[in-house]
Design a protein around this ligand. Structure first.
Ligand code: SAM
Ligand code: DTB
Ligand code: SF4
Length: 337
């Protein structure tokens, strides 16, 4: 039985959370935090379902931004080879393979500070081709103008990923070449164009618990909660300023997921980067705490994910299935063979 607090928590998403309320959630005994997150999760979603996305880096490396976690920044020597924007046909062929392997959404990422108009025609072909396969489309291409956002929407883009990464007061430690307000401005253009928002952040960058609370507070007090909310665990990249960050304790990561679930009860919370470094048991705790999306396909943008066989075995062992797939009882596998 849910108490009235937990059921109302799920029924009416709030946008007026205070920082101290968010910090108090982080400070709850873990069993209490998990119970509340699980109750909220069940009120809006089937907890046996997980949304499956696949990423492709359609333009890799050489980025002018200095995000201290990123393998693709031209400011740091990470040994990554830069490449130009891929041809639409190549991307569409990759998306078709992703769909055949069980992906529901295909996300195209580019190492750009901002989208340039000259690249829009190729991107529009890419997006409409991926959409025509019957996949949900997502892109992450840096800052957008209102007109560019409208053109991407017209091409068939369903989601735009643009992360806030950390708390507002921690942002300058992580990135110096843009501001939090720059990020919020693009998110506003994405909303105004009628696209869904994918927005989250990274933990394990040496930030404090107060900063993790500040990130989630910023996300939960947006005018509309992001439809997708990725929580990335830093994948440490040698050569980047944050590459030597001390790893975040797994239970603190679970707390972060649980708090995100409670704050944004209707959002799909994604267990995003860093899954490769996590045990099956830690991933299971995150999925129980309210994460209900993962990236699949063996690779994020430039860093590895668990292999398809490992993901299939994990979901089968947990009795979980792809979002929207029929429960079969006999075969609870989410990924196609
Ligand atoms: N250039 C675009 C931008 O920054 O918005 C899109 C690509 S960028 C790689 C997408 C997101 O990936 C970043 O906002 C960040 O949250 C995440 N990310 C990048 N490098 C990461 C790393 N090493 N570990 C975890 N997350 C990372
Ligand atoms: C998000 O929040 N995580 C994904 C997606 N949005 C674009 C990217 C993770 C990138 C991890 C580092 C890499 O593979 O380069
Ligand atoms: Fe560029 Fe995005 Fe990497 Fe920042 S996170 S350096 S904007 S590719």
């Amino acid at each position: 039985m849910l108490t009235s607090i937990e059921s109302s928590e799920a029924a009416t998403p709030r946008h007026d959370w205070t920082r101290s309320e968010v910090e108090a959630l982080f400070d709850l005994p873990l069993p209490e935090l998990m119970f509340r997150a699980m109750a909220v999760h069940r009120a809006a979603f089937d907890p046996a379902e997980v949304q499956l996305s696949q990423l492709l880096s359609v333009k890799t490396g050489g980025c002018v931004e200095d995000c201290g976690y990123c393998s693709q920044s031209a400011h740091f020597d990470t040994g990554l080879k830069a490449s130009r924007l891929m041809a639409a046909e190549t991307v569409i062929a990759d998306a078709a393979r992703a769909k055949a392997h069980g992906a529901q959404r295909f996300c195209m990422g580019a190492a750009w500070r901002e989208l340039k108009d000259r690249d829009l025609p190729e991107l529009a072909r890419m997006i409409s081709g991926v959409k025509a396969l019957g996949l949900e489309t997502c892109a992450t291409l840096g800052m957008l103008t209102p007109r560019q956002a409208a053109e991407l929407k017209a091409a068939g883009l369903d989601f735009y990923n643009h992360n806030l990464d950390t708390a507002p007061e921690d942002y300058a430690r992580v990135v110096s070449t843009r501001t939090y307000d720059d990020r919020l401005e693009t998110l506003g253009h994405v909303r105004a164009a009628g696209m869904s928002v994918c927005c989250g952040g990274i933990v394990g960058m040496g930030e404090s618990r107060a900063h993790r609370a500040g990130l989630l507070h910023a996300l939960a007090t947006l005018p509309v909660h992001p439809e997708s909310l990725p929580i990335n665990a830093l994948v440490p990249i040698p050569g980047t300023p944050l590459g030597d960050s001390p790893p975040l304790d797994g239970l603190e990561f679970v707390r972060t997921v649980a708090v995100a679930r409670i704050l944004c009860p209707r959002s799909v919370v994604r267990l995003a980067a860093g899954r490769e470094g996590m045990s099956r048991e830690l991933q299971a705790l995150c999925l129980m705490a309210g994460a209900n999306s993962i990236f699949i396909g063996g690779k994020l943008l430039t860093t590895p994910l668990p292999g398809e066989d490992q993901d299939r075995a994990l979901l089968a062992d947990l009795g979980m299935r792809a979002m929207g797939a029929q429960p079969t009882g006999a075969e609870p596998l989410a990924l196609s063979a």
